[in-house]
Design a protein around this ligand. Structure first.
Ligand SMILES: [Zn+2]
Length: 423
């Protein structure tokens, strides 16, 4: 099995031109209008000659010419001088690319301590970002609307783009989010239950808004800008305060019937096991997340309770001691790593992804994905001689969630601009 534990930067997908999934094969029959499919493939390629576009769409050159002239007429696509093929004579063929300035989207992550936002053009280029620090507490709807509005104003100001040219807003937050209905069923950062946040944001800002949970944003960031662009089926496992998961099947985000799928952290790895903060017992999270490690650290390290150390400080101390060879500290990480291995093996046994991307702040604790964890995982996968997926570690910067939220908005924006009749 290949183990690729390189840490990648925020511009991880940058060596590939364009943005969005790199499509395999011709689009399925009953998909979006051809105009939209053409637009998405041009955006994905970065630049593409007409003849190549006809090939990837599996339509005749004449059809492509007609569709492209509509897109050019609507100022969504423009012609550029293509790159000459090595050894080819004559002028390089004219290529097509998405006109970045045809519209803009904003992606926002609403979080506990600070919100982040990015403004992206239609080609997926991030033009501006902004951060807003907040006290750690659940916010009223009114406060969240005002803060999101503030961020939208700030990123448009920094990018020197009129707010009127922002055609969609994507927003993400932790918790149980009903994406199709645009409702926050529950979130630690927003007061109330069943809040129709997408509708309220649309009303307050005058921009069509769409919401999703933060792990799905992380997964969309991988699908649009990261390593997931080249993978048809992949999983993202995030280890933060909890254990989250996002899944892409056939190059689309899988959300489940009620938008509540993939609670990997609450799959049971031990019947009647440790108590989880969800109220049930034996969840993966109860063995691998911050609070699980902190709970054990208090016992193993004989920490002075009068010091009132924050969970973060306890974790750092635990990590330092493990690195220094403290056997008690090491055994805590080893145990958490073994549970992690079981969790990852379950994901592989269920979904058979070609790639698993481990993401999140806890990736600094390499014990959770050490070689021995990977070996343990391998041993728990069924199927003799089966090829295990590549496991990659991706430590993105702070803006990854906001970029994922922008991808959520870009998905919608493409349909709005290129999907409707523009003839
Ligand atoms: Zn649980």
């Amino acid at each position: 099995m290949q183990l690729d534990l390189t840490h990648q930067g925020v511009d991880d997908g940058a060596e590939l031109a364009g943005c969005g999934p790199v499509y395999f094969g011709a689009p399925p029959e009953s998909a979006a209008p051809l105009r939209q499919l053409a637009y998405e493939r041009i955006r994905s390629a970065g630049q593409i000659p007409r003849v190549e576009l006809a090939r990837v769409l599996d339509v005749s050159p004449a059809t492509v010419t007609a569709v492209v002239s509509e897109l050019i007429g609507a100022e969504l696509v423009e012609e550029v001088e293509g790159t000459a093929r090595p050894g080819a004579r004559g002028r390089p063929p004219v290529a097509l690319r998405v006109r970045g300035g045809a519209g803009y989207v904003v992606g926002v992550k609403i979080a506990e301590f600070k919100h982040t936002a990015v403004l992206t053009d239609m080609a997926g280029t991030t033009l501006a970002s902004a951060t807003l620090s907040r006290p750690s507490q659940a916010r009223s709807l009114k406060a969240v609307l005002a803060e999101t509005g503030e961020l939208v104003r700030e990123v448009t100001r920094r990018a020197d783009v009129s707010e009127r040219k922002v055609i969609a807003l994507g927003a993400g937050l932790p918790g149980l989010i009903d994406h199709p209905e645009g409702r926050v069923l529950w979130s630690s950062v927003l007061e109330g239950e069943g809040v129709p946040l997408a509708e309220k944001l649309t009303e307050a800002l005058g921009i069509p808004a769409f919401i999703d949970n933060d792990t799905n944003l992380l997964t969309l960031a991988e699908l649009w800008f990261g390593r997931g662009r080249m993978a048809r089926d992949f999983a993202v496992v995030s280890i933060e305060q909890g254990v989250g998961m996002g899944l892409v099947l056939g190059q689309g985000l899988y959300r489940g019937a009620h938008s509540l799928a993939l609670e990997l952290g609450h799959t049971k790895v031990q019947l009647d096991g440790a108590l989880c903060r969800c109220g049930q017992r034996g969840c993966l999270e109860a063995y691998t997340s911050d609070y699980a490690l902190v709970r054990e650290a208090h016992t193993a390290l004989e920490l002075d309770s009068r010091l009132q150390l924050s969970p973060q400080m306890v974790l750092e101390s635990l990590h330092d001691r493990a690195k220094a060879g403290n056997e008690g500290a090491r055994s805590i990480f080893r145990r958490a790593g073994r549970y992690m291995a079981a969790g990852l093996a379950n994901v592989i046994n269920l979904f058979d992804p070609s790639l698993i991307i481990l993401s999140g702040e806890r990736m600094q604790y390499q014990y959770l994905y050490a070689e021995e964890v990977m070996r343990e995982m391998q041993g728990l996968i069924v199927g003799r001689g089966r090829k295990a997926p590549d496991v990659a570690v991706n430590a993105w910067g702070d803006l990854v969630w906001a970029r994922g939220a922008a991808a959520l908005a870009l998905e919608v924006a493409a349909g709005k601009l290129a999907g409707r009749s523009i003839a």
